[in-house]
Design a protein around this ligand. Sequence first.
Ligand code: ASP
Length: 320
Amino acid sequence: MSKYTIVIHGGAGTILKQDLTDEKELAYKTALEVALNSGYALLEKGGSAVEAVLTATMSLENNILFNAGKGSVFAKDGSQEMDASIMEGKHLMAGAVCAVRNIRNPVELAYTIMTQSQHVMMTGQGAYDFAKLYGINTEPDEYFYSEFRHTQWKQMQDSEETALDHNVLIKDSASVKTTADNKKFGTVGAAALDIHGNIAAATSTGGMTNKQFGRVGDSPIIGAGTYANNKTCAISCTGHGEPFIRAVTAYDVSCLMEYKGLSLEEAMRIVVHDKLMKINGEGGMIGVDAKGNAAMIFNSDGMYRAIRSSAGQNETAIYK
Ligand code: ASP
């Protein structure tokens, strides 16, 4: 029997058991399982890895708990700008969007750019016009609104600080500070292997709270937040975008496998625990290879994550 696997994440960071109520924990786990199973059902029917990562990522975008699509964080000017990308490992085709507004599922737009245009990355108004042309769903600002993230942004609005999703803010009289030990990154993503032996990865995010308008993180950058190549691996990252861009994180895992002959997990460990740590790159990643191996590695206290494979793996986890 040919193998198939899907692995997903809903962000990494200081996610501690004592900070989540049982109710919240259940809500996160249920959301992860719904997304995981939507992708797995496609793989089971012989669907492609690209379809599986697209479907699972859209499911997470549609859930207000995660910082992607509905429930994205607010930028400095009060807007919600989103980044997303997708890549398939057979032909090395990729699509990406950055700083888009009002797109219901940014990863679907990235997929449409990959499949319907000659380009890889589109941004802003042009990406919006392209979405309209191809019948991609758009939504009014209210659709993306979440009370929690709006409050988070309001507390920071007058400062020059930016915060990773869910940061707890402490306001003193003079300034707004973020607690460095309570960072959470709510980006979502998926990586999959299908029965045809092809792999793919996708990532989607609202970025960072109070980011300067126009700021783009690692998530839409092919090679940084997302990468897929049948010869090596399919990777989706989450974490503090700037170090992830500087480390060319996802592609580095692929390079370590291709040029050094490391296994998927060995390569992921070196990048996450060594290379990223050296430049304060907090976060993690999920990955699969074409042989059916999968891994979920992070250097933070937790990462919302789940995996299901035809070999019998079925796990949903949050904490270290
Ligand atoms: N990597 C994302 C960014 O920097 C944030 C995240 O993973 O939550 O935009």
